[in-house]
Design a binder for this molecule. Structure first.
Ligand code: CP
Length: 311
């Protein structure tokens, strides 16, 4: 029987270490399911999940759909470009209409911060945030934390450097909340224009020196530099950014030691990370993607309140 239940997963801010641990432990069980010849369990038979994606996605959308199908849920997919939102329908009316078709769980990605919270207050279905603007991306952070825990065995006291555009990153925000809750030390590194002002009040150290950050950490989580930021004057140019903050094999060799290299994707190779680092020793980038399916299975399973055994 599940020890812990939650009605929605809107973010990692305020989520306890017990809930995070329960999700990670359940994800471990689902990872075993995924390695079976027939990687499917009946846990969500009779449960209907709607994936509402108002913003582009490759990994998250496919990963959720795969997780739902591996759990034997009924799945419906919605993309904004082919919907009646083009005819002026609001997000709330869209969600209410989908819910009227007896949907149990809504997975939503939306460019507006707080949209999953808005829906959670107004529909009866369970709501899972698949990324809302630059606010949170909780399942990404959970899969990142699972990947770190599998590599190191223990999270307490580890040192994680988050590198890049922290200010606009929902991945950074969710990672910071989740990692701090799990007793991990977090430092961030990037240009001052991409570091939010409130960060030091959260007890997080900031460095603008990549090699100092690398020397300090066990794990480096490299964030995508959002190419549109160049037009906002927040970075001088991609070349300048790459020179100061792009992760290269030379940087890693200079600081020495073994580092775990992570990236949530999609990657700008040759900008925030070089290919020989992304594909080289220490990289766990594709493991993150594999763990994403297991983590999303765990979240869906726990949120559904089903009590049958995962086995
Ligand atoms: N990591 C991530 O959210 O990737 P997508 O935008 O492809 O879903």
């Amino acid at each position: 029987m599940n020890k812990i239940r939650f009605n929605h997963l809107l973010g990692l801010e305020g989520l306890s270490s017990e809930v995070i641990t329960e999700i990670l432990d359940s994800a471990e069980a689902f990872l075993k399911v995924l390695s079976r010849p027939i990687p499917r369990v009946p846990s969500l038979r009779g449960v209907t999940v709607a994936n509402l994606f108002f913003e582009s996605s490759t990994r998250t959308r496919i990963s959720f759909e795969l997780a739902e199908k591996r759990l034997s849920a009924d799945v419906v997919n919605f993309t904004a470009s082919s919907s009646s939102m083009n005819k002026g329908e609001t997000i709330l009316d869209t969600a209410r209409n989908i819910e009227a078709m007896k949907v149990d769980v809504v997975v939503i990605r939306h460019f507006a911060q707080g949209s999953p919270h808005f829906l959670a207050d107004r529909v009866n279905a369970a709501v899972i945030n698949a990324g809302d603007g630059s606010h949170e991306h909780p399942t990404q952070a959970l899969l990142d934390i699972m990947t770190i825990r599998r590599k190191t065995g223990d999270l307490k006291g580890l040192k994680v450097l988050i590198l890049g555009d922290i200010a606009h990153s929902r991945v950074a925000r969710s990672n910071i909340y989740g990692l701090l809750t799990m007793g991990v030390n977090v430092k961030i590194c990037g240009p001052s224009t991409l570091i939010p002002r409130e960060i030091e009040s959260m007890g997080i150290e900031v460095t603008h020196d990549l090699e100092e950050g690398l020397d300090w950490c066990d794990v480096v989580n490299v964030l995508r530099i959002q190419l549109e930021r160049q037009n906002e004057g927040l970075i001088p140019s991609l070349r300048e950014y790459q020179r100061s903050f792009g992760l290269t094999r030379n940087h890693l060799e200079r600081v020495g030691g073994e580092k775990i290299i992570m990236h949530p994707g999609p990657m700008n190779r040759g900008v925030e990370i070089d290919s020989d680092v992304a594909d080289g020793p220490g990289s766990v980038i594709l493991s993150q993607v594999t763990h994403g399916v297991a983590v999303r299975m765990a979240v869906l399973y726990l949120i559904s309140g089903r009590e049958q055994s995962i086995e």
